[in-house]
Structures are given as C-alpha cells and as structure tokens.
Design a protein around this ligand. Structure first.
Ligand code: SF4
Length: 333
C-alpha cells in the first residue's frame, strides 16, 4: 500500500494530472481499491439553514447580496425545522447532514447559539453533522466541536493565484486559517473547490496541490463543477466536460487516497454513465436531495435507481479516516 504523502511537489501533481486519461482512471481506480471499498458511496444531505444576503462577493454564488438572483432569501431556520429535515434525510439513506449558512464569518451571537443547538440535535439523530458557516475563530471551532460537530466544510475554491479573480472580500490565507482552526479543534475537515470558473489547468493543479500538502489531508474533498446561475458574474460560463471532472477526481484520489472524494455540484447535468466514470475514478460520496444549497441536484429516487444499477451501497455513518481519529480521541479521554 502506498504511503499517504503530504509532500507532493507541484511538478508531481502536474505529472499525475497529465497522465493519459484512461491510464489515469486505471491508476486512480487501483489506489481507490487499496484504501476504500469501491462499492461504497456516502450519501450526504446539504440544507441551507440561512439563505442569501451574504456580504461576500464570490462570483459563482447566487447568495451574494450584491448579485441579483432569483433565490428564496431567508433568515436562520428554526431548530425544529432543521431537525425535521435531518430526520427525513436519515430516513432516505443519508449518513451525513450538512448545514450551510450564507455568512462571511460566524459571529458570537444568538444565531450561532441556535446553530449550536442544531448541531446537538442532528448529532443525537445519529448523523455525521457538518456545517459550512464561513470563517471561524479558534474559539468558535471549539464550541462547535463541543456541541458535537463532526465535520466542517470550508472550500478553498480555486488556486491561490486565481483566488482574487473569484473573491475579493477575503484572502486565500483566511481560508487556510479557518481550516487550521477546524483541524486544531479535532473536527473532520471537508475542503475542495470548483472547476469551470475560467481558471487554467495550472490553477486546478495548484488547488489540488494546496489540498494534498496541508499538514493533514482533508478527510473529505468536494469536487464541484460550476453550475452557472443567472445574475452572477459567471452566468455565461461554459459547462465543464465530464472528462475534466474525471481528471480532477482521479488526480485527487491518487494524491489523497483515504479522503472521501465528493462528486458535488454539477451532478445534475451528468448522465448515470458519466457519474459511473467518476465513481470508477475514485469518487465515493455524493450529495442527495433536489437542492444543493440553492442550485438543482438529482432527485433522491433517481439516485436510488443509479445505486441499484451500479450496485453501489450507501456507506455507514462514522466510518473511515475521520472516524478512526474519533476512536483514537475517545480512547484518550
Ligand atoms: S459562497 Fe458563501 S461566502 Fe461566498 S457569497 Fe456565497 S454564501 Fe457568501
């Protein structure tokens, strides 16, 4: 079994990324089999608990207050409503429940207290509970951990070099700081990015390089294809081809063998055959439910049919790299 490395050079990442496609898929599929059960795919549900009105300027995002998009803006949802959704998600086969709030950063106020209640409640339901709330301080990360948070999503989105073309209201380093706070609080890290935003291949390689050279690999790496939304600066962006997604997924799989590589936004525009290629290349997680925060996603029923066709099985909660760590932590308590 190959070592888990976080000392990859940019040249090595580039070489892997540029392996002829079918050979790349073969190599990624081989690594995938060494570290994971290739039949197992984690099903996650993502709920927007606070939608729109965000002060940031991420050019891909319909929730930024400055763009005129057609989304249903709402304040933080009541705890009961969120817990009802979590129960439904569990009943339909999800093992991870992720709550997203369109905030720049978490503030120490009653909204945060409410999110902590949500985290406690979802944890009790027996789901891996994840949040994506923007930037966090060390102290806030600790509070989330104490409430039972299992994972925190904070994408780096793109390469460090291209970052200011995508977001100007914060810096790439801010992202890394939050990831560091999450890691320090012993919360499982979920971090990936988006392709199809006009970035170059070099940027895609740069983004993967940042992720695979973090002191510890993220336990979960979402690979998103941009879903252009009318009213955002990227509304006219062309669709990325499935081959670009497969190449990203396969490269991520080889670089970070144990991570859950998540086929995320953009899946709605893929056929089952295209998604099968992504699973072959090492993707082992998807989002379920008809919405991904505010953008469309395949229906639960069509996913269940896909699982049957491809003989995939949903992965149990609290399994894999992150769970090992929690076990270790439990033993030291
Ligand atoms: S991606 Fe997040 S931080 Fe950026 S505008 Fe959208 S909600 Fe705000």
């Amino acid at each position: 079994m190959a070592f888990i490395r976080n000392d990859w050079t940019i040249k090595q990442v580039e070489e892997i990324y540029n392996i002829p496609l079918l050979e790349l898929i073969y190599q990624a599929a081989s690594v995938h089999r060494e570290y994971n059960d290739p039949q197992e795919v984690q099903v996650c549900t993502l709920l927007s608990v606070k939608t729109g009105g965000c002060p940031e300027d991420c050019v891909y995002c319909p929730q930024a207050a400055r763009y005129h998009t057609d989304i249903d803006v709402h304040k933080l949802l009541p705890v009961e409503e969120v817990l009802e959704s979590a129960l439904k998600a569990k009943e339909s086969g999800s093992t991870r429940f992720c709550m997203g709030a369109a905030w720049r950063e978490v503030r120490d106020n009653s909204d945060f207290d409410q999110v902590l209640e949500m985290v406690k409640g979802v944890n009790k339901i027996g789901l891996e509970v994840c949040c994506t709330l923007g930037m966090l301080t060390e102290d806030q990360a600790q509070k989330l951990k104490k409430a039972g948070l299992y994972a925190y999503n904070h994408n780096i989105d793109t390469s460090q070099e291209y970052y200011d073309q995508i977001i100007t209201t914060r810096k790439f380093e801010d992202r890394l700081d939050t990831l560091n706070h999450v890691r320090e609080a012993n919360i499982s890290v979920c971090s990936g990015g988006i392709i199809g935003m006009g970035e170059s291949v070099k940027d895609r390689i740069g983004m993967l390089h940042t992720l695979c050279t973090l002191p510890e690999h993220p336990e979960s790496v979402p690979v998103n294809a941009l879903v252009p939304v009318e009213g955002t600066p990227l509304e006219e962006q062309e669709k990325v081809s499935v081959w670009e997604m497969v190449r990203m997924i396969a490269t991520a799989r080889i670089l970070m063998p144990k991570a859950m590589v998540r086929l995320s936004a953009g899946r709605v525009r893929m056929t089952v055959e295209e998604q099968a290629l992504c699973f072959l290349a090492g993707a082992n997680s998807i989002f379920a439910g008809d919405k991904l925060l505010t953008t469309p996603n395949p229906e639960v029923a069509s996913d269940q049919e896909m699982f049957q066709t491809l003989n995939l099985k949903p992965r149990d909660a609290f399994k894999g790299a992150a769970a090992d760590k929690f076990d270790r932590q439990a033993k030291t308590l």
